[in-house]
Write a protein that binds this ligand. Structure first.
Ligand code: PBG
Length: 330
């Protein structure tokens, strides 16, 4: 052992105490960086549990308002709202009806929390269409890009009129950000922002979300959502959305696409545009299921997950754990 070359450089020094680790930590995770997605169900008198997402509910209008106050008190600064309408049709009428569930819920939350929370609406038709696609269909049953854009323009105006501070187009139609920006501006909503789901992949991890919004999609979304084998086209989508007026760009899902997130965050960051990432339903449910079985330690696993998304470059994270994580961080 006397021959042993003793190390001069010792990286372990910087890990030697909790204080030291805190001092040199590169990545921060703050409650204000977390956005809580919430579902609100038309006609519900009380919250309805979502079986595939333990701990997440379809809110009633009343419970949604209370949850928004709770989110504010936990230190969050944003919520993303999804509507679950009582009846659906081919055009998704409920999405643009000022009395539709999502629009009244946006107004409820905006009235309840004022400027304390950035109230955002998911801008997509799939929650509202009976066929479950993100747009309207042509005669051959294909999603009609340009006819859908007209519906999105109307939906953007309805959400802004209801009091949304930002709209979140998530349908992956070509040109959607430009059309929405123009529609908002024309209606005088120049201060309403756009958080664009720019790089959104066709993913098996959306599974639990279908139950969350009672969606009856048959087939898949592969003609409009991106192919998981491609990273470069995310950069193209992001650059287009920024050019069209996106205020924030988003990558979705997060965990299986952390490499894409890194590239997008670098590109958008150079252009001064913040990047968000959506830690989606399947990512939530996988961890919850493993924790319920006692296979992983739930709270550290949640914080490790969110930290990894921040480390990959997200400025903002949409996560169903937002309130709980905010409390753990305090
Ligand atoms: C589209 C939309 C979806 C999600 C958010 N917005 C579903 C989809 O595109 O298939 C998924 C969110 C999640 O899985 O947590 N309205």
């Amino acid at each position: 052992m006397s021959e042993l070359q003793r190390p001069v450089v010792r990286p372990r020094r910087l890990r030697s105490s909790a204080a030291m680790r805190e001092l040199v930590a590169e990545t921060t995770l703050r409650p204000a960086q977390l956005v809580l997605p919430m579902f609100v169900r038309e006609g519900a008198d009380e919250p309805v549990p979502i079986g595939s997402m333990p701990g997440v509910v379809q809110h009633s209008r009343d419970s949604l308002r209370r949850a928004a106050v709770e989110a504010t008190e936990a230190g969050l600064r944003g919520v993303m709202l999804f509507g679950v309408p009582e009846s659906k049709d081919p055009e998704g009428f409920g999405a643009t009806d000022p009395d539709g569930i999502l629009n009244v819920a946006i107004a409820d939350v905006a009235a309840e929390v004022g400027d304390a929370l950035v109230v955002m609406g998911d801008l997509c038709l799939d929650e509202f269409t009976d066929h479950g696609h993100c747009g309207v269909l042509d005669a051959d049953g294909r999603v009609d890009n340009d006819a859908t854009l007209a519906r999105y323009a109307e939906m953007a105006r309805a959400q802004a009129a209801a009091g949304a501070a930002m709209v979140g187009p998530s349908g992956m139609m070509d040109g959607q950000v430009a059309v929405i920006r123009a529609a908002l501006d024309e209606a005088g909503h120049t201060d309403t922002g756009i958080l664009a789901y720019s790089a959104k992949y066709a993913s098996a991890f959306y599974g639990p979300f279908r139950e969350a919004v009672d969606s009856s999609l048959s087939g898949d979304r592969r003609t409009y959502q991106q192919d998981g084998r491609n990273a470069r086209e995310s950069i193209r989508e992001v650059l287009l959305d920024i050019e069209e007026g996106a205020d924030v760009v988003m990558v979705k899902p997060a965990l299986a696409y952390l490499d894409v997130l890194r590239r997008v965050a670098d590109t958008a960051g150079e252009l001064g545009v913040p990047t968000a990432a959506y830690n989606i339903s399947g990512e939530y449910s996988m961890l919850e299921a493993a924790a319920a079985n006692g296979w992983i330690d739930r709270e550290p696993a949640i914080l490790e997950t969110l930290t990894s998304i921040r480390r990959a470059g997200a400025d903002i994270i949409l996560t169903y754990w937002a309130v709980e994580a905010a409390r753990l961080l305090r």
